[in-house]
Design a protein around this ligand. Structure first.
Ligand code: ZN
Length: 75
């Protein structure tokens, strides 16, 4: 089984959401690094807003739509 979990994070500094694979997030934790905001490297007020089994479910719940190949949050 190769179940992939996605974790949805929110940066409280710029109010943006971003998604990481759980395996990648765990890797960072093991190396004693904090997760930082992908939009601004110095933002460290990151909270977890959801964990999903698949990227599709994740996108649906967060109301993302595809916009010319880029993921865009619409709600
Ligand atoms: Zn940020």
């Amino acid at each position: 089984m190769d179940a992939k979990e996605y974790i949805v994070y929110k940066c409280l500094n710029c109010n943006r959401n971003f998604i990481l694979l759980a395996s990648e997030a765990n890797h960072d934790e093991n190396e004693s690094k904090y997760i930082t905001c992908p939009y601004h490297g110095k933002h460290r007020k990151i909270i977890v807003t959801g964990v999903y089994d698949g990227i599709k479910e994740c996108m649906q719940k967060r109301s993302y739509k595809r916009d010319r190949g880029k993921m865009k949050q619409v709600k």
